[in-house]
Design a protein around this ligand. Structure first.
Ligand SMILES: [Mn+2]
Length: 332
């Protein structure tokens, strides 16, 4: 039995349910699945699974504004209303949440990793709904369990922050996840291949820029770089990064977008990446066919304005799943 795991049971689409796939919405098509069901065997074809990570403990430890614990619920309710464009070739499951108000952050991350492992075994591509950015380390650990020691898992992070802070004094939190991945790779003699898109210079200290400059596998573009370079040149940079990678984990921190687009986050961003450009870049990444899972983190409903941030998060899921589905056709 998976720890801290709760399958979904209450329908989150409250309109009329219909069978017609031309007029259906995501909330009518998404099917509940219990990962603890022993009768499940690996699926064939294209299957995605939504799983919520109900934690903002990492944000709290990092002295940020909490609220992302409510993210999964709000992203689901926005996603439920979007039109279904994927016919009957693609399945999207809601497998439930990892939750545990009285559990430590490390325990919850381990529980998430076990659920992710189970999803991978069942041939379900994980879509994790955060939670603070501490979601990433648990998700990553789960995806890594499928790999041998010498296999690499590259990471693309759309984020205003590097999240590469040392954690010897604070313990793991929402600002340390990628440093933990870096350290794990170091321990097992792998290079940590990490591309961050949307960094804001005024939100990262010199220690972090220095650390990045000295680390072989880490690359980044600032929000200003992306603005200046435009779609095609940023894609070239992404392609150069992806060229030597066979699998990629993608994580999207909503705080890389401007406060006008994403007001409901722990750390608001005055500048930020344009969501229209971000969608194109995300589609380009997904079209590589190398994504093994993705997550969207830091949606904080108590700070949101009219659900803008949750709606943008759901929009990203809509377009990412569309492209990933197209590039998985014919895969065993
Ligand atoms: Mn982050």
């Amino acid at each position: 039995m998976l720890a801290d795991y709760y399958p979904s049971s209450t329908p989150y689409y409250h309109g009329a349910i219909e069978d017609d796939l031309y007029t259906a919405k995501w909330g009518m098509v998404i099917t509940f699945l219990d990962l603890n069901d022993d009768n499940l065997v690996p699926f064939e074809g294209i299957h995605f699974g939504l799983i919520g990570f109900k934690s903002d403990k990492g944000v709290y430890i990092n002295n940020g504004r909490v609220g992302a614990v409510e993210g999964p619920r709000e992203i689901r309710s926005q996603l439920a209303k979007l039109p279904w464009h994927l016919g009957n070739q693609v399945m999207v499951y809601d497998v439930g949440n990892i939750d545990g108000p009285n559990r430590s952050l490390e325990q919850l991350q381990t529980s998430l990793s076990e659920a992710i492992k189970r999803m991978c075994e069942l041939n379900i591509v994980p879509i994790v709904l955060g939670g603070g950015h501490e979601t990433a380390y648990g998700h990553y650990l789960g995806l890594r369990q499928e790999l041998s020691v010498d296999e690499e898992l590259a990471v693309i992070n759309m984020d205003a922050h590097f999240d590469l802070r040392p954690y010897d004094k604070t313990g793991p939190n929402s600002g340390t996840g990628f440093r933990q991945m870096f350290d794990d790779d170091l321990l097992e003699n792998r290079v940590f291949n990490y591309l961050v898109l949307g960094i804001q210079e005024h939100n990262n200290n010199l220690f972090l820029f220095d650390f990045v400059a000295r680390s072989k596998g880490i690359q980044f573009l600032t929000g200003q770089d992306i603005y200046q370079m435009g779609y095609q040149r940023v894609c070239q940079k992404i392609d150069a990064f992806l060229e030597n990678q066979s699998r990629v984990y993608l994580t999207i921190d909503m705080d890389c977008f401007s406060v006008g687009s994403a007001p409901g986050v722990s750390a608001i961003q005055s500048l930020g990446v344009d969501p229209n450009l971000a969608i194109l870049l995300l589609q380009h990444i997904a079209a590589s066919g190398k994504l093994v899972g993705f997550d969207i983190v830091e949606v904080s409903p108590p700070h949101d304005i009219d659900k803008h941030t949750a709606n943008l998060a759901a929009t990203f899921i809509f377009y990412l799943v569309q492209i990933m589905a197209q590039h998985s056709y014919g895969k065993p």
